[in-house]
Design a protein. Structure first.
Lengths: 267, 262
């Protein structure tokens, strides 16, 4: 279970964290030190209890917060320096602008880009197609269900064609059926688009179902407690959810997660 | 939409109003109360019609003042809130004075303003002083109520300050701004009236409030009532128009503008 055996000194890393910590102004240490390599095209889940700093880790990778110590690197490839276009972010809430319709919400990242894309309309249509919402382009967020809002949020993250998709418990608030459908849609998007995905969740079952690698984090300050490579073959589908192999992985990951919850009242 | 209950809600206040008028008219007739003490509603109506040329002109003057004060308050309140939002130092320096202006009774400021400013200007400034604060404080509240994650998203995509202001903060603040404007509409009428009365006691002016003061000196009580009626109607119309504008701007997306059936 050593880290080198999993990600290795691989030149193909997309995200690299070294000795990253985050201490809040109040003096509370939320995270780390954390070392993490994520390969290009890999689907990694960060799994841990609430407050273990997994969302903080995601915000650090996105550049929405700065680490108190350590380095966060994104691999350069192509001409663009580290910047907005490389990363798509999906929050736990859909985080849509209620005053704008679906199309304008998805357009936002392109609009904010310094050099507006000439093919903006085509990109928006493509992104909406990818999440199956092409017919709802003119609808307002309040007219959509929770699952559909989440799809809009996903389309907005995809519209810039980012290399890295960061997802912060995106489906936690959805009902189970909707969550399963979005899980499957996300997996097929990941297979087709070859994105690097870092997926934060507190669900063992979701992390095992989706990921190539599950990273179990300890309670605050969040550190890597254990790592599991989910070796089950792709593409996965609903049959996988009921397989003995899936259950075995879930049992293993749950056992590794248990110490993170130890001592928590009401956990 | 038009259920019997809605109809009752609409008709009940009207019935109360009608009953009040009938009672009023009856009391005035039964006790033979003189018009210079209490005019009957019918007499007020007759006076309104008879004095319409004078009163309508005064109404126009007061409405124009109110409008000018309202526009000044709306622009001033929103612009100040935007400046405060962009610069904390500016906010710390000036906000206490905005509060001072708000808490000092305008009726006490008006005579001073009339000394230093031309009357028309003084009246507008009065309307502005009374009305700008709700716009300022509501807009500030709105600008600070932006969804934290949406703000993060703008940061992630490298939005400029101007983009963040125009595409995120202002739209997010719009419901609050409109709420402030609805209050400001009524207040700017009050400010205009207060200043007119202050000016009217100096014997100058032509607005509705001046007519009220003037009629009071002349014991022309029916005309006082007629002018008061017009002022009240003006206030209702101002509120109605602003509520309608607010509804039209927000109906597609904001909770406050959604019907109960949604």
């Amino acid at each position: 279970m050593a880290e080198s055996a999993l990600s290795g000194p691989d030149a193909g890393w997309a995200v690299r964290l070294r000795g990253v910590t985050k201490t809040y102004d109040s003096g509370v240490m939320a995270l780390g030190p954390l070392d993490l390599d994520v390969r290009h095209g890999e689907f990694v889940s960060l799994l841990g209890p609430s407050g273990c700093g997994k969302s903080t880790a995601l915000r650090l990778i996105a550049g929405l917060a700065t680490p108190s110590a350590g380095t966060v690197e994104l691999a350069h490839h192509g001409v663009e320096p580290r910047g907005s276009h490389r990363i798509g972010f999906v929050f736990q809430e859909p985080t849509l602008m209620p005053w704008a319709n679906v199309r304008d919400n998805v357009r936002l990242p392109l609009k904010l880009a310094r050099a507006p894309a000439t093919d903006a309309e085509a990109r928006i249509e493509a992104a909406l197609d990818q999440v199956g919402l092409a017919e709802f382009a003119a609808a307002y967020p309040r007219e959509l269900s929770g699952g559909m809002k989440m799809r809009v949020s996903l389309a907005r993250a995809l519209v810039t064609d980012p290399d890295i998709l960061l997802m912060d418990e995106p489906f936690a608030a959805l009902d189970e059926i909707t969550r399963f459908r979005l899980n499957n849609d996300l997996l097929s998007l990941w297979r087709n688009l070859h994105k690097t995905v870092i997926f934060v969740t507190h669900s063992v079952f979701e992390s095992v179902y989706l990921s190539q690698r599950v990273i179990v984090m300890t309670a605050r300050p969040g550190r890597i407690g254990a790592e599991f490579r989910i070796t089950s073959p792709e593409p996965r589908s609903e049959e996988f959810r009921t397989s003995a192999e899936y259950a075995a992985f879930c049992r293993e990951v749950s056992a590794a997660l248990a110490p993170s919850y130890a001592g928590q009242v009401g956990a | 939409m038009k259920s019997p209950q809605d109809l009752v809600r609409f008709l009940l206040p009207l019935a109360v109003f009608a009953a009040g008028l009938v009672l009023w008219e009856a009391v005035v007739r039964a006790y033979g109360i003189q018009p210079y003490v209490l005019p009957s509603p019918l007499l007020v109506l007759k006076t309104l019609v008879a004095d319409w040329p004078v009163l309508s002109q005064s109404l126009g003057v007061t409405l124009l003042t109110t409008l000018e004060g309202f526009v000044a308050a709306a622009v001033g309140g929103v612009v100040l809130a935007l400046l405060f939002n962009q610069s904390k130092w500016l906010e710390y320096s000036l906000f206490p004075y905005a509060v001072v202006l708000q808490v000092t009774p305008v009726i006490a400021i008006a005579p001073l303003l009339l000394i230093y400013l031309q009357q028309q200007t003084a009246v507008i400034v009065c309307a502005w002083i009374v009305a700008f604060f709700p716009v300022l404080s509501n807009t500030t509240l709105g600008l600070n109520s932006v969804d934290r994650n949406l703000a993060g998203l703008f940061q992630l995509y490298g939005a400029s300050r101007l983009q963040t202001l125009l595409l995120l903060k202002l739209p997010a603040a719009l419901p609050y701004i409109l709420g402030g404007l609805r209050i400001a509409g009524g207040l700017s009428l009050i400010g205009a009236v207060v200043a007119e009365i202050a000016a009217g006691s100096a014997g100058a002016g032509s607005g509705l409030a001046f007519r009220i003061a003037e009629s009071g000196y002349r014991l022309n009580i029916p005309r006082m009532f007629a002018a008061l009626l017009l002022l009240s109607l003006a206030g209702i119309v101002i509120y109605g128009v602003l509520a309608l504008v607010s509804h039209l701007l927000l109906r597609r997306w904001h909770e406050s503008a959604l019907g109960k059936d949604n």
